[in-house]
Design a protein around this ligand. Sequence first.
Ligand SMILES: *Cc1c(COP(=O)(O)O)cnc(C)c1O
Length: 382
Amino acid sequence: MFETSAITLSRSALRGNIAFLRSQLGDARLCGVVKGNAYGHGFMPFVPLAMEEGVDYFGVYSADEAWFITRHLESPPDLFIMGNAEGEGVEWAVERGIEFCVHDLDRLNSAMRAAERLAKKARIHIEVETGMHRTGFAMQELETVIERMKAHAEQLDFTGLFTHFAGAESQVNDDRVREQIAVFERARQRFAAAGLRPRYAHQACSAAVMNFPRTIGPMARVGIMQYGFWSNPETWLRYSAARGINRDPLKRVIGWTSRVMGVSEVETGDHIGYGNSAQALHPMRIAVVPVGYAHGFDRGLSNNGHVLIRGRRAKVTGIVNMNAITVDVTDIDGVGKGDEAVLIGQQGDQAITVASFGELSEQLNYELLTRLPHYIPRSVID
Ligand SMILES: *Cc1c(COP(=O)(O)O)cnc(C)c1O
């Protein structure tokens, strides 16, 4: 109630993005990655919206994210905790039949203990360390893992074997990613030689789906592209150049708007906002929009970013405040209190994309999106 801005999610954009992804994935299962509050789009309503559009399986980072989703949905989708679950989080996941990552022997032991206690199989995805050096079993640990899994077969459902690439979006990392693919294949064969076959051996994220399609296999974990963004500009350029395509098949799902809170006249020589970063060199009209860095509007956009008002671009003038920005509307006729101000999205024939927003403030799409606070209301539009 009474929020100063609102976020919308476009159903038709999401529908198109999913259709494009399915065209790339073929028969492979789509695991829609929704960690980080669905990349800032909001677990609610993004997850139920994606379910309506046919996605039935989601990847989250941690047990608390999975818990949040199950708590808000009457019939939750299949969930895979790709990162952190400890202690009671593991127990809860086993009890609820939620899949989770096993990246070390300690986690494997807690999975087996919980499964024994609950008389229910733990649905595990074994993570292999292939070169990212974050989490996962090293090759030399696999024999122990295999032994324990065979000894406790009745407690474990071997749902997945997986790894994550350290930079499949940039060609400069190609050698490193190719090495990861080779290591992962050796790990898969070790398990197979021991008679252990996961339901899904999976490795591809968005960038790998596009740049290393042979890694798609039976399943891909796709985050950023669902929301309508390429992993980075290079991935889009590689795709479009290779196929001679110049129309982007992805559409931004998110929009973010606020309203003008007041307009004031500023005389030549006066300063606008804190300090002296902005001075009027001619008489100006300045509009205040009640969104600031506390809402994820980066301070790097001070005297730099734009918003759309009355179908025109209005430049952020002065420093971005905690809860407000001041924008130059001198050349936009008739701006008044209550006018819509678009922070991300379209107005008339103008658009503010997350990418341009991100480039100006030197944040990646990923980071910028996930900084949008959870309390801004989200609603679905067509
Ligand atoms: C975030 C993440 C993904 C999705 O990455 P995108 O680049 O958004 O497609 C896939 N797998 C794991 C393990 C992740 O952490």
